[in-house]
Design a binder for this molecule. Structure first.
Ligand code: GDP
Length: 381
């Protein structure tokens, strides 16, 4: 009986051992899922990284940045001449340095005065202004007697400033009236930089926080309207244009009407400058101005002159001044000529101040004219 019990016990133990043995491999198979788990955990962060569509949120924030180039925020106009002074110094330096050297000589004889005169004439100061400058300098030299370099510089600076006109009112009338925009007509011979100046001025005004509308009334040169459109688009300024060879006066009229409707601050109108005959110019420009004036006064008529054309520019100025009342002069390309004296000559000729100067082909290379900064650049200060 004891054997039977022992046998049963042994059998139970055997079966239990067998069952245990059979189960073990089953447990060994379990690890794989456990091992597989880490990848699952590893994937979690991946999901987490992807999850931040929050990370994508900046993409949404970035979206306006992508659109931004369409409308730029140009720099304000103040202080530009000082910033661009190196351009003037490069082109006008010889003129100023030449005068300083001549006036610093121990004795200034008649030959030296002739050289002073030639230097001024070469810089396009013009005959009348040169004569007056030389007379004033002669008087100053007599008064001073022996001169230190500082005294020479101060004397020349003062006299050039007087010639440039430090007190002329150079205000650009671009502020709107109570219920109408300011209207600026840009006139000048083709190639002087008229359209470019319209675009640059629009940028400067937008940079100063104004709203601007451009009128492409140079309807004879298809490229001019396209050029203006590009300038306008860059700063978000609307451009009114007409079909090629359409009546410039009607485009100018539409531009002012649209500018009034849209409540912009300033309407800038580019005109055609074909100086074919004086009569033709007179008819065309005179009509543009008259038609625009049906809706209100023209606040500025800016005559654009290319400084590199020298005395020829003065002749052009004379013709335009007979056709329209020029209220201000824009001298372009002053970066490319040593003949900065044209500022003095043209002001004397027209009795109208230089209000803006172009100092390069860059979009912001247009500056309000400041006599002190101009003279200092000439003298290489
Ligand atoms: P428009 O026919 O009078 O309208 O003349 P544009 O505006 O088309 O200009 C004629 C050329 O003069 C263009 O190549 C301009 O980039 C260039 N220009 C305009 N202003 C300046 C300036 O201040 N400096 C220089 N260097 N070039 C200028």
């Amino acid at each position: 009986m004891e054997f039977v019990v022992l046998g049963i016990v042994l059998a139970v133990v055997f079966v239990a051992a067998l069952v245990t043995l059979l189960r073990t491999p089953t447990r060994r198979e379990l690890p794989p899922p456990v091992e597989a788990a880490p990848p699952a955990v590893a994937e979690t962060p991946a999901v987490a990284v992807e999850a931040p569509p929050v990370v994508e949120a900046p993409a949404v924030l970035d979206a306006p940045a992508v659109a931004a180039p369409a409308t730029e925020r140009p720099p304000p106009s103040a202080g530009r001449l000082v910033r661009l002074r190196s351009r003037l110094a490069r082109s006008q330096g010889t003129f100023g340095r030449g005068l300083l050297a001549l006036l610093s000589r121990d004795t200034i004889d008649e030959d030296t005065w002739e050289e002073v005169e030639d230097t001024l004439l070469t810089a396009d100061v013009g005959v009348a202004a040169t004569r007056q400058l030389v007379d004033n300098l002669r008087t100053q030299v007599k008064v001073l007697g022996a001169r230190t370099p500082d005294q020479v510089r101060t004397m020349l600076r003062d006299q050039l400033l007087v010639a440039v006109g430090p007190d002329l009112d150079r205000t650009l009338h671009t502020m709107p009236g109570p219920d109408r925009p300011a209207v600026v007509l840009m006139v000048g011979v083709n190639g002087t930089g008229k359209t470019t100046t319209c675009g640059k001025l629009a940028r400067a005004l937008v940079g100063d926080g104004r709203t601007v509308l451009l009128g492409a009334a140079d309807t004879f040169r298809a490229a001019a309207a396209d050029q203006l459109q590009t300038w306008g688009e860059r700063v978000g300024a609307e451009v009114v244009r007409g079909p090629e060879e359409s009546d410039p006066a009607s485009v100018a009229f539409d531009a002012v009407r649209r500018g009034t409707e849209a409540d912009v601050d300033t309407v800038l109108i580019d005109t055609a400058g074909r100086l074919h005959t004086k009569q033709g110019l007179m008819d065309e420009l005179g009509k543009v101005k008259r038609v625009v004036e049906r809706q209100g006064p023209v606040d500025e008529v800016l005559l654009v002159l290319d400084a590199t054309t020298g005395q020829n520019g003065v002749v052009q100025a004379r013709v335009f001044a007979e056709v329209v009342d020029v209220t201000g002069i824009v001298l372009t390309k002053l970066d490319g000529t040593a003949k900065g004296g044209i500022v003095i000559a043209v002001q004397r000729e027209l009795g109208v101040p230089v209000k803006l100067v172009g100092l390069g082909e860059g979009p912001d290379d247009l500056a309000p004219f400041e006599p002190e900064a101009f003279v200092d650049a000439i003298l290489g200060d």
